[in-house]
Design a protein around this ligand. Structure first.
Ligand code: AMP
Ligand code: ZN
Ligand code: ZN
Length: 422
């Protein structure tokens, strides 16, 4: 119990800002709550039940938590964008971690792409907030380095004119340590009120990296889970020291499934490689038929396979909400969780973890924990979709509901205190 004491103090402060007694020294500034959206990449929902996360578990116990359904496909960029736009990847435009767009022939989207046109199919919450005069700051988040809505000017060289970014943001750099990321957020909150953000994002990648390398059940993944829990503890302690109340929303983009080189589907044994060009491959594969070979490719792919299903994009099951966007390739194959699709048979053994599978698979379920003055301690909620997080953020920031989103704040209504009490 002893180790928990400082955090309980922090929670009390997060939940109810201190009121000064009349005979006490001059009261410190009464700070308004800040909204902090934290992503722990690849933190599978059930990692929270391992008994190795004292800080997150305490936040969950005195706030709310859930096993959240990611959007399909359960990959990093599509889901981070779904979380902040409230739209599924088919409608938010970030349909995978890598893809092409018929409207931009010869160009490829990668995790380093920052040209606004890739991102402009859905508006992220920091843009909505900045337009409403709310100061936002992002300590990494996919898309937060983009001048959203700006125009790419190709002549005389690639520049962007216009567009909106968070007021404070940082170019993604994996070498910035988790502690430096926490400190950057605390430094922003140390500023005078006139220059202090009201909405902040924070991103950690060490759990996803360990999960890929070692698999979800390995001791080294548990070590990364405990490390990131310590980082959350430092954030909470730092907020307490500042006297800064906060509504903390801690999420993951997806979970993690154990994979093995014994469970690989070699595509060249299913369809003649001359019939298609392979895009992203792994838990799913995106294929574009060679000109004139559409029918031949359909005959090879659209039939029963062990451990894999393939469709023409327009026939992908409706519950995945995927296949209408022109950025999705004409043929799409999805592996059973734990299996991987590769161009050819792997030549060396490898074990570890992967994600990108059916978003209803339990291994893909993602962490959700929320705690702060806006939340009543309701404990574990039923599962909901990650497109419901953006409507929750809008409530917390007192922004009007979106008119064209894919989610709603309904899962949180029973846990949200009335706006005057937040
Ligand atoms: P994934 O394997 O799909 O979960 O991708 C995770 C990787 O995405 C992380 O290990 C990071 O290296 C990378 N990543 C995360 N955020 C960003 C970003 N904002 N910009 C570029 N790469 C990122
Ligand atoms: Zn991820
Ligand atoms: Zn990953």
């Amino acid at each position: 119990m002893k180790t928990f004491a400082p955090l309980f103090g922090a929670i009390a402060l997060l939940a109810s800002p201190a009121t000064a007694k009349s005979d006490s020294p001059p009261s410190p500034e009464r700070r308004e709550p800040v909204v902090i959206l934290v992503s722990i990449d690849g933190f599978r929902a059930d990692y929270l039940d391992r008994g190795i996360t004292p800080n997150l578990s305490t936040l969950a116990a005195s706030g709310i938590s859930a096993a959240m359904r990611p959007s399909f496909p359960s990959k990093t960029f599509p889901n981070h964008w779904a979380l902040v736009t409230g739209k599924v990847p088919d409608r938010n435009g970030i349909v995978a971690n890598g893809f092409e767009d018929p409207a931009h022939p010869g160009e490829k989207f990668t995790m380093a792409s920052d040209e606004p046109y890739w991102w402009d199919e859905a508006e992220p919450i920091w843009v909505t907030a900045e337009k409403a005069g709310i100061h936002t700051a992002t300590m990494f988040w996919p898309g937060s380095n983009v001048a959203w809505g700006g125009t790419l000017v190709k002549q005389p060289w690639k520049t962007v004119s216009g567009g909106i970014r968070p007021r404070d943001w940082q170019q993604f750099n994996g070498a910035v340590s988790p502690m430096q990321r926490v400190d950057a957020v605390l430094d922003w909150l140390r500023r005078p009120a006139s220059n202090r953000p009201k909405f902040v994002t924070l991103y950690f990648d060490q759990v996803d990296t360990a999960g890929h390398r070692h698999g979800p059940d390995d001791a080294q993944t548990n070590a990364a889970i405990t490390d990131v829990d310590g980082d959350i503890g430092k954030l909470v302690a730092g907020l307490r020291e500042l006297g800064q109340p906060a509504n903390l929303i801690v999420v993951a983009d997806h979970g993690m499934a154990a994979v093995s080189s014994d469970r690989v589907i070699a595509l060249d044994t299913v369809a003649d490689p001359s019939l298609y060009k392979l895009g992203e491959a792994g838990p799913f594969a995106a294929l574009t038929p060679t000109e004139g070979d559409d029918e031949k490719l359909a005959v090879a792919l659209v039939r029963p396979h062990e451990h894999m299903q393939c469709w023409r994009k327009q026939d992908i099951p409706a519950r995945l909400h995927y296949g209408r966007n022109p950025r999705i390739a004409p043929f799409f194959c999805l592996a059973e969780p734990g299996w991987q699709i590769a161009a050819t048979s792997p030549d060396k053994a490898s074990n570890g973890g992967s994600h990108g599978y059916d978003n209803a698979a339990p291994e893909m379920a993602a962490l959700f924990v929320a705690n702060g003055p806006a939340f009543a301690p309701r404990g574990k909620l039923g599962s909901f979709d990650n497109v419901d997080v953006a409507p929750l953020l809008r409530d917390l920031l007192h922004l009007p509901p979106a008119t064209d989103g894919d989610g709603s704040d309904a899962p949180f209504r029973g846990a949200l205190r009335s706006p005057t009490k937040r």
